[in-house]
Unconditional design. Structure first.
Length: 358
């Protein structure tokens, strides 16, 4: 085990003893805010310290067995005990390193998924619809709820833009690496000569902002316009100004919502998306600052960065960030994203482990 990691574990063990002493004091519950912070901190570091204590126990077993090696009658038993202790130490070291990785505070949050058609005209809009179906099918497999917030449909049934809210356990943790440029290579339905075209969409995955904590929006900074919604919705939707457009003046971010018949509901959804976009912009600025200091294996979070290519004629999907190619395009487009998500998560953890050891 690297000395830097060992020293960190020693400090956490000492801190746990310190917290136990504070919580065991007769006046511990007088300041409930402090009491809650201490109990929360204890709950966070206890599992790591327990792993460290188990590691030290296995290390002691290894050393104890070494003392028996000199005795011919105990040598076979000592070797077996050393092998067992060594395996336990290796396993516990990996578990401790993973437990020490910094937690992403957004991992358990719901998210807003935005997909926008890019280069490629109608084919790009159709690909945007395919991507939305892919993520929706994946959400179904995870038992998440998907709610469309806003959409702008193309003439051929695709989406020029679609925004959806995804609600479910660990939603952001599994989809957070999907942000970026997605490129498709295939023969469009509008192509009469059978030629392969290349088009692209951009995907943004943003954690839902906690309106009380994450983003402070000054109402004076907002311009709110209402207008009549276009598209499907029957007679009602053309008779009332139910659609809402909110412009955040300091950043220039504009959000439109018109999918609901209720103006109040559209406004609430637009504000939620706006808060997520503002928060996401702040986080991407921080990520780019970090990425400038060290290599980022999963990418900088730049929306223009091409992260994945979907090649239909060859039946393959390639994630350019981790050089992973899968020949299962039909399964992936039907929502089987587990292999991609696992590979991206593992690569990200490897990057964090490398930084931890530095």
């Amino acid at each position: 085990m690297k000395k830097s990691i060992h020293d960190k574990l020693e400090r956490l063990s000492e801190r746990l003893d310190e917290i136990d002493g504070l919580l065991g004091g007769e006046h511990a519950a007088r300041d409930m805010d402090s009491y809650r912070k201490l109990t929360r901190e204890r709950a966070e570091i206890l599992p790591i310290v327990e792993l460290f204590l188990a590691y030290r126990s296995a290390s002691a077993d290894f050393s104890g067995a070494a003392e028996m090696l000199a005795d011919p009658e105990l040598k076979e038993l000592a070797i077996a005990e050393q092998e067992s202790a060594s395996a336990d130490m290796a396993r516990l070291e990996v578990e401790m390193q993973r437990a020490l990785l910094p937690k992403d505070p957004n991992d358990d949050k719901n998210l807003f998924l935005e997909i926008r058609a890019g280069t490629g005209g109608d084919e790009s809009a159709l690909f945007a619809a395919d991507l939305f179906r892919m993520y929706s099918r994946y959400a179904e497999r995870q038992r998440w709820k998907v709610e469309i917030v806003s959409r702008s449909e193309s003439d051929l049934g695709g989406f020029r833009e679609i925004i959806a809210r995804v609600e479910g356990s660990g939603a952001y943790s599994k989809l957070k690496f999907e942000s970026g440029g997605h490129r498709v290579q295939r023969v469009p339905v509008t192509e009469t000569q059978g030629r392969i075209h290349t088009s692209a969409c951009t995907v943004a995955v943003m954690p839902e902002a906690d309106e009380l904590v994450d983003v402070d929006i000054n109402p004076a900074d907002l311009r709110i316009d209402t207008f009549r919604a276009s598209g499907a919705g029957g007679q009602h939707i053309n008779k009332t100004d139910s659609a809402v457009r909110i412009t955040h003046m300091p950043t220039g971010i504009v959000v439109e919502c018109q999918d609901d018949r209720s103006q109040h509901r559209n406004k609430a959804q637009a504000l939620a998306v706006l808060a997520a976009r503002i928060n996401d912009a702040k986080q991407r600025e921080q990520q780019q600052s970090i990425a400038s200091q060290r290599k980022s294996l999963i990418g900088s979070g730049d929306r223009s960065e091409r992260i994945r290519t979907y090649n239909f004629p060859q039946g393959r999907i390639t994630d350019h960030r981790i050089n992973l190619t899968l020949y299962k395009i039909d399964a992936v487009m039907d929502g089987d994203l587990d292999e991609l998500v696992a590979a991206l998560t593992a690569e990200h953890q490897a990057e964090l482990l490398a930084a931890l050891a530095e």
